[in-house]
Ligand binder design. Structure first.
Ligand SMILES: [Zn+2]
Length: 93
């Protein structure tokens, strides 16, 4: 089902995905969906937006470099796929 997956093996479906995202990006698990949503749906990073990691800081003071790097690379498609899988799940929040 997942031909390319950035977070390695996971065995608990969506919860595992959220746990992996939380671990990889060092963000609270409850913000993992909105973090991936930002990566998947934005075409550029706006530094004055609040960071989707839930820190309540502006992006430019928080995950700016990481978000920019992913959004400007071919890795973005991976996060679009992950986001679509998460949206399909009933545990999306
Ligand atoms: Zn952040």
């Amino acid at each position: 089902m997942y031909k390319i997956y950035p977070f390695g093996e996971y065995s608990h479906g969506l919860l595992g995905m959220k746990e992996s995202i939380s671990a990889v990006f060092k963000i609270p698990i409850e913000y993992s969906f909105q973090f991936i949503e930002y990566l998947a749906t934005k075409n550029r990073v706006r530094g004055h937006d609040l960071c989707p990691c839930g820190s309540k800081k502006k992006i430019r003071l928080c995950h700016f470099e990481l978000l920019k790097e992913i959004i400007n690379s071919e890795k973005k498609i991976i996060y679009e796929n992950v986001y679509n899988e998460m949206r399909k799940s009933k545990w999306k929040k």
